[in-house]
Design a protein around this ligand. Structure first.
Ligand code: IDP
Length: 160
């Protein structure tokens, strides 16, 4: 249930970001966390998880009629995922820009996917694509108690 979404706007906007199994295997966790930290976003939740097939099927439910759906669910359950929630102004849209396009070969250099791969099935990262999917995905992957409210000391130097 979407019980904890009120007030997630402006500087409190939140998105669900995950380092996929291929990204974890390729040791990109630090690199991806570093990019979101450096940009000025706030880490609100983070865990390493082996996702169940059930959760992954729900996560990608909107793609259930696509030919790659089963393979995608299998790939996503092939190893641990680093599931995260990041917060900040326009974090959903900016996170998508930082990721690049769905296919790494279509992604610009300096994006996460553009710098770290060549194939669509090995694109290292997931990020929510809208406010609705961010709400849905955060409540699917996290309990409310797993999200931390905390003050970042540099906030006044990131926002004026
Ligand atoms: P996104 O991850 O950029 O939001 P979606 O269209 O939501 O892209 O697709 C989810 C994931 O499914 C992609 O990240 C990619 O790993 C995989 N995928 C998308 N399109 C294809 C395809 O044509 N073949 C195989 N896998 C695909």
């Amino acid at each position: 249930a979407h019980i904890f979404k009120s007030g997630w706007t402006g500087v409190n906007e939140r998105t669900f970001i995950a380092v996929k199994p291929d990204g974890v295997q390729r040791r990109l966790v630090g690199e991806i966390v570093r990019r979101f930290e450096k940009k000025g976003f706030k880490l609100v939740a983070l865990k390493l998880v082996m996702a169940s097939e059930e959760l992954l099927k729900e996560h990608y439910w909107h793609l259930r009629n696509r030919p790659f759906y089963n393979r995608l669910v299998r790939d996503m359950s092939s190893g641990p995922i680093v599931a995260m929630v990041w917060q900040g102004l326009d974090v959903i849209k900016t996170g998508r820009k930082m990721m690049g396009e769905t296919s790494p070969s279509d992604s610009m250099p300096a994006t996460i996917r553009g710098d770290n791969g060549v194939e669509v099935r090995r694109n290292a990262i997931h990020g929510s694509d809208s406010v609705e999917s961010a709400h849905r995905e955060i409540s699917l992957w996290f309990q409310e108690t797993e999200l931390s409210s905390w003050d970042v000391c540099s906030t006044n130097w990131i926002y004026s």
